[in-house]
Each structure stands twice: as structure tokens, then as C-alpha cells.
Design a protein around this ligand. Structure first.
Ligand code: CAO
Length: 428
């Protein structure tokens, strides 16, 4: 018997959203053969008779109209089919004696049992057993049917199953519980009334603090970051800096370690251009930058801001020192212009004047690398014969592991260290 699409109320080019049977399956009259979905309704096409499916010429995603061939059925009790089967082209043409029955609008509870059960390993939205009405509900609620536990006969998913999943996810979200089915959803933080523990005062967050909180969360969640640590011997650099201090003062600039770090990072970005990139939003390309602008994190009473020093590679130490001081002052006075905080390729976050032995800076997207600098300290270093006192600067390099691999990062930090250990190298 030829199986064809029956009268579907005059609808044309209707999508096949599910093929419920496989070749070789024994089916009963009324079992669903395929599920169709038009703009207006979903419907199941039932088998017109019981028997064995011997050919299928239809697949999910096809567009069908009344008369489109579905396949062929060896009707139960009839003689076996001839050895030669019809070609797809032949079966697509409506046969003179077509057997079909009217499609049934999807009804969850009375939907017939399919001949083919979905296998757990290949379970997908298309292969789970659910009627059109249930699928529609799942789509409306954004539920992946593959994640729904079925309670209906023969593992059929019911509307209640879909609703129960949504309910449990929402309940667990409220409790801050991550479940196996919560996917990448972030459990919400509980709201706590701290006044029950003691006296409190509510302080309004500054705009900068709110923007920082948003950006940090976004960057933390989006960027698979790695932090690499190293201690760099800056004894010679510090001797040079101190020797230059008087000259710097005369030139009206404050020569701290930061201008040296800026200069060395610019050279390292040139030597390791993999750090001077951004990931393109299309996920297909990276943006390789040919300019070197470096951001400098500044701690202000209103919160953290990152002014950007442009073309660092083209500027001298005094010029960088003057610009860093001027930008830090402007930042603390809240006078930075938006364009002065844009266009950075890399960021330096120096807590050297404050203290600490190391930290893990958060990558400042769309940049892919950030250098954390902690307080330099004199430490005993083994020179091969004896321990000698050396001024060691702790560096922490966080990087976006999507853009940069560990080898790049190792080379970047080692090269940066070599420049800071011997600043004459910056001239090479
Ligand atoms: N180790 C030891 N001493 C250091 C040092 C280090 N790594 N870095 C700076 N110092 C010293 C300086 O040499 C200076 O001492 P002298 O006057 O004797 O030379 C002193 O600390 C104060 O420096 P400074 O703060 O005036 O200037 P700076 O160039 O070191 O820093 C700036 C400028 C803007 C980076 C800094 O003021 C700042 O805001 N840092 C905080 C950045 C921040 O918040 N980062 C965290 C971001 S993520 O939350």
C-alpha cells in the first residue's frame, strides 16, 4: 500500500517535523507515521492500516502537501511485496489507488504509540517521543525536550512533564541550587537581610562601581582565563630609576616603576603579537592590532577606571611617566573623557604601591591579556654560589585562553621579565 499525505485542509508545503516510523517497523492502524506543522496547527498523519513499513521516502524537514508520498506499507495479512521496489521518483507521484486516512490534530493523551522508540544515546528534540501540542508547549517555554523526563506510556513526554521541568528549574533557581538540567544558567544569589546580624547602613553604588560590577561579571563568565606568575629581578632597573629620579624631578615627572612596565609591555606586545588581538564577534576571526595602546588601572574614590595611554611603543620613559601621572590625576578627579578610556590593547594593574605578593587580575575584554603587578621586595636569590639580596617584582599575567595558548603566555612573560631585569634591552 502506498502511504501518502492525506487531505490536510488545503495546506500547502507543510513542514515534516517528525518521522515516527522506520523501515521494517511493524505498525498498527492509527499509529503516527509523521508529524506535520503548518503556520496554524500541528497534526499527526496516522497509518491507514496495520502492517510493516517497507519503504520511506520522506524525512524530517521535507515540505509536503496532500498526495506527497510518505512510503509503502506491506499490509498485515497481504502477500509479500515484489522483489523490486519502486524508486523514490515513482513513489512521489500519487498512485491511483492511494490509501490514506485523515490526519489527527495532535492530542497528547490519545496520541498513538509509535513503532519506533527513541534510543537514549541518540536522544534529541526530534527523536524524543512527544506529540505536537507538547512540542509546541516546549518551544513556547524554551524547554529542550531531550532534557525532559517522560512519564507517559512508552516514555511519551506529556505536557505535565514539560511544566514539571520548568517548575523544578525555577524552584531550584530560587534556592540557588544548580541542577544537572540547569545548563549554563547561573543560580541567583540569595537576598539576605543583614540587619538581623547587626547594625548596617545602605550606601548607594557609584555609577563607576555599577559599570565595573557588570563588566567584571561579564568578563569572568565569558572568558576562560589563566593566570601565570613570575618574579622578576628588578634590582638593576631600580638602581637606574633611582639614579634618574633627580633628572625626572627636574623634568617635572614622577618616575615610578609604572613607566618601565608600560615600555616593557609595549615591547613584549610587539615581540608576541598574539597578545595584541581581540576575538572577533563572528567567532571566525581574530583582530590583529598594529597599534599599541595600553590601559592603566587607577584606583579612585569612586571606583576603578582604566585610562589608556596611546602609542606606548613610540614614547620615552619621561613622556610615559608624565602621561601616566596626568591620567591618574584626571581619573581621581573624575575628569576622564570616555575616549580616554577606549582603544586599549592590554592593561596593567599595579598594586605595587599598595602591597600584596600576587593576585589574579580579570581580563579586560575585548583585550586578551592583563598584567598584575604586586609589591617588589628584597629576597634572597641563589646566584650559583650564595644567596644574594635581590629586589624581586611579582608579576601575574592573566590571559584569555581562547586567544592565547600557554606557550605564548610563557614566552610573553619571560621576555617581559628579561626586559625589566635589564632595561638596556629595551633599546635593542
Ligand atoms: N613595588 C614597590 N614599590 C612600588 C611599586 C612596586 N611594584 N610600584 C610603585 N611603587 C612605589 C613607587 O615607586 C612610589 O614610591 P616612590 O615615591 O618612593 O618612588 C610609590 O610606590 C607610590 O607610587 P604611585 O602610586 O604614586 O605611582 P605608581 O606609578 O606606582 O602607580 C597608579 C600609579 C595609577 C597605577 C596607582 O596610583 C594606582 O592607582 N594603583 C592601583 C591600581 C588598581 O587599583 N589596580 C587594581 C585593579 S583590579 O581591581
Amino acid at each position: 500500500m502506498d502511504l501518502v499525505v492525506p487531505d490536510i485542509g488545503g495546506a500547502d508545503s507543510v513542514d515534516v517535523i517528525e518521522v515516527c516510523v522506520k523501515v521494517g517497523a511493524e505498525i498498527k492502524e492509527g499509529d503516527s507515521l509523521i508529524v506535520l506543522e503548518s503556520d496554524k496547527a500541528s497534526m499527526e498523519v496516522p497509518a491507514p492500516a496495520s502492517g510493516k513499513v517497507i519503504e520511506l521516502v520522506i524525512k524530517e524537514g521535507d515540505k509536503v502537501s496532500m498526495g506527497t508520498a510518505i512510503g509503502r506499507l506491506q499490509v498485515a495479512g497481504s502477500a509479500s511485496v515484489p522483489a523490486e521496489t519502486k524508486t523514490s521518483a515513482e513513489t512521489k507521484a500519487p498512485a491511483p489507488q492511494q490509501a490514506s486516512s485523515a490526519p489527527t490534530p495532535a492530542k497528547n493523551s490519545s496520541a498513538p504509540t509509535p513503532a519506533v522508540e527513541p534510543s537514549a544515546s541518540t536522544k534529541s528534540n526530534a527523536s524524543v517521543y512527544a506529540g505536537p501540542a507538547v512540542r509546541k508547549l516546549a518551544r513556547q517555554l524554551g524547554v529542550d525536550l531531550a532534557e525532559v523526563k517522560a512519564s507517559g506510556p512508552r516514555s511519551r513526554i506529556t505536557k505535565d512533564d514539560v511544566r514539571n521541568l520548568v517548575k523544578s528549574v525555577m524552584e531550584n533557581r530560587g534556592k540557588g541550587v544548580a541542577t544537572a538540567t540547569s545548563g549554563s544558567g547561573i543560580p541567583a544569589m540569595p537576598t539576605i537581610d543583614f540587619s538581623q546580624f547587626g547594625q548596617i547602613e545602605m550606601v548607594k553604588m557609584s555609577k563607576i562601581k555599577k559599570v565595573t560590577a557588570f563588566n567584571m561579571t561579564r568578563n569572568w563568565l565569558n572568558i576562560p582565563a589563566v593566570t601565570q606568575f613570575d618574579d622578576v629581578d628588578i634590582t638593576e632597573m631600580e638602581n637606574f630609576r633611582k639614579a634618574m629620579k633627580e633628572e625626572a624631578d627636574k623634568a617635572g615627572v614622577k618616575l615610578t616603576p609604572v613607566p618601565f612596565l608600560l615600555k616593557a609591555c609595549a615591547a613584549a606586545l610587539k615581540a608576541e603579537p598574539s597578545f595584541n588581538v581581540s576575538l572577533h564577534a563572528d567567532g571566525e576571526q581574530i583582530v590583529q592590532k598594529k597599534y599599541i595602546h595600553i590601559g592603566m588601572a587607577v584606583d579612585t574614590p569612586n571606583g576603578l577606571v582604566v585610562p589608556v595611554i596611546r602609542d606606548v611603543d613610540k614614547k620615552g620613559l619621561f613622556e610615559l611617566a608624565a602621561e601616566a601621572t596626568a591620567l591618574a590625576k584626571k581619573a581621581r578627579e573624575g575628569k576622564l573623557l570616555p575616549k580616554e578610556m577606549q582603544g586599549g590593547c592590554f592593561t596593567i594593574s599595579s598594586l605595587g604601591a599598595i602591597g600584596g605578593t600576587g593576585f589574579t587580575p580579570i581580563v579586560n575584554a575585548p583585550e586578551v591579556g592583563i598584567l598584575g603587578v604586586s609589591r617588589a621586595d628584597t629576597k634572597p636569590v641563589w646566584d650559583g654560589k650564595a644567596f644574594v639580596p635581590r629586589l624581586m617584582l611579582p608579576l601575574c599575567l592573566s590571559y584569555d585562553h581562547r586567544a592565547i595558548n600557554g606557550g605564548d603566555a610563557g614566552r610573553f612573560l619571560t621576555y617581559l621579565g628579561s626586559l625589566l631585569a635589564d632595561v638596556r634591552r629595551l633599546l635593542l
